[in-house]
Write a protein that binds this ligand. Structure first.
Ligand SMILES: *[C@@H]1O[C@H](CO)[C@@H](O)[C@H](O)[C@H]1NC(C)=O
Ligand SMILES: *[C@@H]1O[C@H](CO)[C@@H](O)[C@H](O)[C@H]1NC(C)=O
Ligand SMILES: *[C@@H]1O[C@H](CO)[C@@H](O)[C@H](O)[C@H]1NC(C)=O
Length: 408
């Protein structure tokens, strides 16, 4: 060993162009590329003393446990970096960011639970990225976008349960993708993957073993075959009803808006209220008793009640239905008749047209569709009429003073 090291040291001294760390062997390839071969050396750190011109560095099958930010600073010209079969569990952000010429990066068979994804932003030349056989549990949204040369991406044998829609967009050169042997949760959040796979020219290698681990009823089914009927984007329809208060302290109208939603999984309903007076409220769901927006009572069944509807409540009422597939909004503009020019004061931008055929049904009435804007006028009930009415509920369309539908 002694003489060999001596010779290596001599070579290092004599030709700085071939500077080679002690444990490695270095050679110039025919094409002029400089190889530093340091695999199978029981190394615990990236060796120092690499030539700044080294283009290929093999460090596979060593004992590297973590890569610090400066561990590859000596080798900015690297095109291929082989780090497979180590014990790497942490890579400091910035470690790879300066490797502008890197084409091949192999970190497979390590212990990575995370990767410095932001470093990929600087690796525009990357063609092959091997991260398989690690413990990765996420690929952040947009992390791969911009890898315009990436041909081959290995993510199999990790701990990925889901992937954000669009993860593989912005990869025009992608030809091979390996995702098998991950514990995928085939909720609708992953439904896009099947659509993507059918539309891409990239091959999903080992597609037959890219399977759902959850939920139980889909276990063993291909991730790309989540049944479409389980994943339906939300639809929503707004209806309304008004009634006079039955006695009690409130002496006005209670306006009830009902948002009926459909979709799979069942959408959650949120409300947004934009009053003409400029008040804007987000009502996340059934209002807690102590919530500040007690003025608007949102119930679990999708109904929102506004007791004693007054001028300050005029405005736009929007129901937002959300599930994993997306969201859908429907709005009603509500005005109180008797205030000057109620309709003119209301925001009219971007009204949601009603569902074809069922625009916005008011109580028992169905209105013709196609008028584009949903405007409800609530008529002020004069005091005399109110006491005379004495708590009766008015079916819609019987008494125009209860509630009239102007436009739908
Ligand atoms: C790196 O390569 C360039 C051109 O191939 C050469 O001029 C230079 O001497 C080399 N530098 C070192 C430190 O080997
Ligand atoms: C799967 O995903 C759904 C929707 O995101 C989630 O509600 C469920 O808890 C997940 N299941 C597991 C086992 O993580
Ligand atoms: C929803 O629940 C509220 C309060 O329990 C009730 O007043 C309302 O009539 C219900 N709406 C529908 C459409 O069932």
């Amino acid at each position: 060993m002694g003489p060999l090291l001596g010779v290596l040291a001599l070579v290092t001294l004599l030709s700085p162009g071939l500077a080679c760390p002690g444990p490695c062997s270095c050679s110039t390839k025919k094409n002029g590329r400089l190889l530093a071969e340091c695999a199978y050396r029981e190394l615990r750190d990236v060796p120092r003393g690499l030539s700044p011109n080294v283009t290929i560095l093999t460090l596979s099958a060593n004992r590297l446990a973590r890569l610090g930010r400066s561990s590859l600073a000596e080798a900015p010209e690297l095109q291929s970096l082989w780090l497979g079969y180590n014990h790497i569990s942490a890579v400091e952000p910035g470690t790879f960011a300066h490797l502008r010429h890197l084409k091949n990066l192999d970190l497979s068979h390590n212990r990575l639970a995370d990767f410095p994804w932001q470093d990929l932003g600087g690796l525009g030349a990357l063609q092959i990225l091997k991260l398989n056989n690690n413990r990765l549990w996420r690929v952040p949204r947009g992390a791969l976008a911009g890898l315009r040369e990436l041909r081959s991406l290995w993510l199999n044998d990790n701990a990925l349960a889901t992937l954000a829609r669009g993860t593989f967009e912005g990869l025009p050169a992608l030809a091979q993708l390996q995702l098998f042997h991950n514990p995928f949760n085939c909720s609708c959040g992953l439904f896009w993957l099947g659509e993507w796979a059918r539309g891409t020219s990239a091959a999903l290698s080992g597609a037959g073993s890219t399977l759902c681990a959850e939920p139980a009823r889909l276990r063993g089914r291909a991730v790309t075959a989540i049944p479409a009927e389980l994943c339906v984007p939300p639809s929503a329809q707004l209806t309304y009803l008004s009634s006079l208060a039955r006695g009690g302290p409130a002496d006005g109208l209670t306006l009830s808006l009902h948002c009926s939603v459909a979709g799979s999984p069942p959408p959650e309903v949120r409300w947004r209220v934009q009053t003409a007076a400029g008040r804007s409220l987000e009502i996340p769901g059934p209002a807690a008793p102590a919530a500040p927006q007690r003025r608007f009572l949102a119930f679990r069944n999708g109904t929102m009640a506004i007791p004693d509807f007054g001028k300050e409540d005029e405005g736009t009422y929007t129901c937002v239905a959300v599930n994993e597939l997306g969201s859908r909004e429907v709005s009603l503009h509500v005005a109180l008749a008797g205030s000057e020019g109620p309709a003119e004061q209301l925001p009219r931008d971007d009204p949601q047209p009603g569902q074809p055929g069922q625009p916005c049904a008011g109580g028992s009435e169905q209105q013709p569709s196609g008028l584009g804007e949903n405007l409800v006028i609530v008529y002020h009930v004069p005091r005399g009429v109110r006491s005379a009415a004495g708590g009766r509920e008015f079916p819609l369309g019987v008494l125009p003073l209860a509630l009239a539908l102007l436009l739908c």
